[in-house]
Design a protein around this ligand. Sequence first.
Ligand code: HEM
Length: 168
Amino acid sequence: MHAVYLTSVFVHILCATAWVGGMAFLVLVVVPWLRAGNQEIAGRLLRETGERFRTVGWVCFVLLLITGTFNLWVRGVRFSSFVDPAWLGSSYGKSVLLKLSLFVVVLIVSAVHDFVVGPRATRAIQADPRSPEAEQLRKRASMMGRLNALLALALVAVAVTLVRGAPW
Ligand code: HEM
């Protein structure tokens, strides 16, 4: 059983690094490079890399949820814990609730970005990159991307408290 648990934590951390690392690369490397005068290929590059990373991201989310649930189970968390006032008020209980809430927000922001705003932005950029609609959708998509990057940092910070104890 311990080997299964270690494998679960390994896969969990691998997925976390793939997702967080991928977003960091997009936000810190690709977008600034496109802004530095590579507009002509921006639409195509963001569309094609964005679609590939979307698949990577959602595979990571599914694996994070499966391995995360198993990790919680190994650490003694049960469905009944979520109706137990003592556990809900405990430092660990608060960390788990905070992490799951952040994860739900990340799923909602990612779904809207990946399946609504993102595709609409790339279609508008393809039709007329200088149109007000393309500009507005591009801004909204990148704002949501940055919001998810911030949420990812908060998720990793709360994750550390799940293993090493929380300051609350
Ligand atoms: C995008 C989502 C997520 C990210 C980025 C993430 C990230 C991480 C990281 C980096 C760790 C290792 C922390 C450390 O060793 O100090 C971790 C551990 C953990 N995560 Fe997540 N996680 C995510 C989603 C979830 C979900 C959805 C659950 C529960 C359903 C969960 C439950 C856990 C548990 C229980 C641990 C402790 C593992 C252990 O026993 O060592 N995580 N997470």
